[in-house]
Design a protein. Structure first.
Lengths: 184, 318
């Protein structure tokens, strides 16, 4: 292995490893799939290290690669889940504790967005990409990405506020009313 | 900035507990994949290898892979002591060797105990594409062996206490992810693939203690987040399902991805992992490896009844 190649790869992973791990984390179907996808992205980068662009463009290249890897993974995921469910012989146990309310609200609002809105919104707000970079990652013009992002932000705000109002209304309701009438 | 966007930014997964550990695990996994890829023929540009590539490691490439791993594991280890660094390198190398040794054949004995009592157990043997799965379960009646030999599936017939040849594996739910061949692929992945690498990376990232045994083996002890061992495979009845290697659903604290589970890995003097033990609360999960590379050929039952022939005869008799 060439030392230059190895050094460049190490620098790439150090600089952008957390970004790609985070991106795969919110795009993949499970934490395991996310780690697998992130590892595949960097294996691809290793193989194509000579064609990975320099500087900030490398980051965008990695996001675009991750997007393709995740798309491939999604195609085969159904098959894998079916196998694991068959292998799983024991009943599930209770899930872990609920997340705090703001995070839950954010996640619920994100779930209510369309997949395309969610993707451009999170590429901007979590990954810090500009509209032009988002366009490169998702394969559209910068101006299109900017428009999508604007609409996604507007929709997210609306859903988040609606959910917030619902939550406040629910919390303000008296406990008995929430639990239903007392026994006669 | 509106409150909603502010809240969205605060929910960035980079702030979640365990994120740094995940990066470490991915880093270790990437380096292993590169090591393995480098030890094989140069791949075609643009080809992304399947996740089970570790088991394709050739014997000739093994030494190179191990050497590359040994080099790579020193990366980003500035925060650990030299002793811990060496232990981390040794255990990762053992995982690579184990994967390579398990390529052709092997045997694993998987046991779960609860409160000191047997809960479930399974013995799996494989040789090439042939496999024998003996699920001993919790009840004597649940022990139903399954064999795949030369592409044919054999099951035990409880009515006649004999073997039944159930037909070619390719005819069984093709593409559904539940064929014996696909199960074998998953088993191999669990033996030496990403699961083992993830566990080892998780242990290394959180500090290891080592204990040398009189037989020349070494026990590496540490803790691993449950999420690094038991994969999330989906949801059932609104609850997350996490599955341990070899197909057991995680119970109790092990079902919570963030729980730290006590883990011990025994590496034999030859450098191959011999035993994995994970414990939490009153549960223990143990995998014992044996005969890696030397498990005998799986032999088809001598007097198996052909299910197809039986059905044909029943049709003719009508």
């Amino acid at each position: 292995m060439s030392e230059d190649r190895s050094q460049r790869f190490d620098a790439l992973f150090t600089a952008y490893g957390p970004d790609i791990v985070a991106y795969c984390g919110w795009r993949a179907s499970s934490p395991t799939d996310a780690q697998d996808a992130a590892a595949d992205v960097f294996l691809t980068a290793w193989r194509r290290i000579d064609s990975v662009p320099e500087g900030e463009a490398a980051r965008v290249w990695l996001y675009a690669t991750a997007r393709r890897v995740l798309a491939n993974q999604r195609r085969s995921r159904r098959r894998h889940v079916a196998l694991q469910e068959r292998l799983a012989a024991e009943p599930p146990v209770a899930a872990s504790e609920a997340p705090d309310s703001e995070a839950a609200l954010v996640h619920e609002a994100l779930l209510r967005l369309g997949a395309r809105d969610r993707e451009v919104l999170l590429l901007a707000e979590w990954e810090g990409l500009t509209p032009a970079q988002i366009g490169t990652v998702v394969g559209c013009l910068a101006v299109t990405a900017r428009g999508r992002l604007h609409r996604a932000r507007r929709r997210f705000r609306a859903v988040f506020q609606d959910l917030g109002s619902e939550g406040r209304a629910s919390r303000d309701r008296p406990l008995l009313a929430k639990e239903g009438p007392e026994h006669a | 900035m509106p409150e909603s966007i502010d809240a969205l930014q605060r929910a960035n997964p980079r702030a979640e507990v365990g994120f740094a550990e995940t990066i470490d695990a991915v880093g270790a996994e990437v380096r292993l994949r590169i090591a393995v890829a480098g030890a094989r023929d140069e791949p075609r540009v643009g080809q992304v290898r399947p996740r089970r590539r570790i088991l394709g490691l050739s014997a000739a490439g093994l030494a190179l892979a191990a050497a590359v791993v040994a080099v790579f594991v020193t990366f980003d280890s500035s925060s650990v002591t030299p002793g811990v660094e060496n232990a981390a390198a040794a255990i990762k190398q053992a995982a690579t060797l184990t994967a390579a040794s398990a390529e052709q054949s092997g045997t694993v004995d998987v046991r779960i105990t609860h409160g000191g009592q047997p809960w479930a157990s399974k013995v799996i043997r494989w040789n090439g594409n042939d496999v024998e799965i003996n699920d001993l379960g919790r009840k004597p009646s649940s022990g139903s062996p399954l064999l795949v030999v030369n592409g044919l599936l054999y099951g035990h017939d409880p009515q006649h206490e004999g073997w039944v040849q159930l037909g070619p594996v390719s005819n069984i739910d093709p593409g559904s992810g539940t064929t014996p061949t696909e199960q074998l692929d998953a088993i191999r992945e669990d033996v030496g693939g990403t699961t083992l690498q993830r566990m080892v990376a998780g242990m290394s990232a959180n500090g290891l203690t080592t204990k040398n045994q009189s037989d020349g083996s070494t026990v590496y002890s540490g803790t691993v987040a449950a999420g690094q061992i038991a994969r999330e495979t989906g949801f059932k009845e609104g609850q997350t399902i996490r599955v341990f290697p070899f197909g057991y659903v995680a119970q109790g604290a092990a079902a919570n991805a963030a729980s730290r589970l006590d883990t011990a890995v025994t590496v034999a003097a030859a450098g191959v992992i011999r035993r994995l033990a994970v414990s939490w609360g009153t549960w223990t999960y143990t995998v014992i490896y044996s005969s890696l590379g030397s498990t005998p050929r799986i032999v088809a039952p001598a007097h198996a009844t052909s299910l197809l022939k039986e059905r044909m005869r029943a049709v003719h008799e009508r």
